[in-house]
Design a protein around this ligand. Structure first.
Ligand SMILES: C[S@@+](CC[C@H](N)C(=O)[O-])C[C@H]1O[C@@H](n2cnc3c(N)ncnc32)[C@H](O)[C@@H]1O
Length: 274
């Protein structure tokens, strides 16, 4: 779920409160299991396991490598990458609840040694130069980060030859113009040429793939899950939040289907030699 969200404000506290409510809802877990498959419920993005595998592959993740997952949320994708790609993942999120949940899921899955969970704002990431072999992220950069500065910081954190891959929905001008005033400038800042910004940060092979079709299919499944389970969900998390969440899914589905908010998988590589 991306910046389309309106009432779930972008702060560590608001995400933490949301994660507490959703984590306590058996119906929400059931819905996510129906949409994404059993064993992969702990996540809030629109990235199914196949999308996460594609992301890790684009980032060149291999057994034994050290990977940062920026804005990891509840950690479903971080866990999948650590397990299937046999690597170590440093999962970073500014929400204390997200990091806690990530840690608990890793321990429950027997992957405690493969996941390090760090509470931090990715706009001020506390990592050394050339710390990681790869950096990935899914739907985490919508909430106030300065993207060109972030791309430069990811470049700094990567080892030479390392890769960066992330999912990001780029709003059309129509979406920016229709946004509430407090979101407009920020969304406008998402309409940069991301490949050029990655190149300006020093990356090479900057590349993007349109993944809007995959996103639309997932939103259609999410919308169907909300229809099937709405009454039970409302009883567990309250009518206001249930209505907000369903409203976001329907709004995003419409925007995605009309091509107004396309989704991309971006990737780029830090050159081996300066
Ligand atoms: C839409 S969720 C995606 C979570 C996860 N990547 C996934 O695929 O399930 C966005 C996440 O980004 C985190 N986030 C947003 N801005 C952040 C920032 N500046 N620093 C660290 N985490 C951030 C939020 O707390 C939230 O968990």
């Amino acid at each position: 779920m991306s910046d389309q969200q309106t009432t779930i404000g972008p702060s560590p506290q608001s995400f933490g409160a949301l994660y507490e409510q959703l984590g306590a809802s058996a119906t929400y877990q059931q819905m996510m299991a129906e949409v994404f498959g059993e064993g992969y419920a702990a996540q809030l993005s629109i990235a199914a396991p196949a999308d996460v595998r594609m992301l890790a592959t684009r980032a060149g993740v291999k057994p034994g490598t050290l990977v940062a997952d920026l804005c990891c949320g509840l950690g479903g994708p971080s866990l999948l990458i650590a397990k299937e790609f046999e690597c170590t993942v440093v999962a970073v999120d500014w929400s204390r609840q997200a990091v806690q949940s990530c840690r608990q899921s890793a321990e429950a899955a027997g992957l405690g040694g493969a996941l390090r969970c760090v509470a931090a704002d990715v706009g001020h990431a506390p990592f050394a130069d050339e710390a990681f072999d790869a950096v990935v992220s899914i739907d985490g950069f919508y909430f106030g980060v300065d993207l060109p500065a972030l791309y430069a910081d990811v470049y700094r954190m990567l080892k030479r030859g390392g890769s960066f891959a992330f999912y990001f929905d780029v709003p059309s001008q129509e979406v920016v113009d229709a946004s509430p005033p407090d979101r407009r400038a920020h969304r406008e800042s998402h309409r940069i040429d991301h490949q050029a910004a990655l190149a300006a940060a020093g990356f090479t092979d900057a590349w993007s793939e349109d993944r809007t079709g995959a996103q639309q299919l997932l939103f259609e499944r999410m919308a169907a899950a909300y229809s099937r389970h709405y009454t039970a969900l409302e009883a567990e998390i309250g009518p206001d939040l249930a209505d907000d969440l369903r409203g976001e899914v329907m709004q995003t589905l419409n925007l995605t289907a009309s091509g107004l908010w396309p989704r991309f998988l971006f990737s780029a590589r830090k050159p081996l030699h300066p």
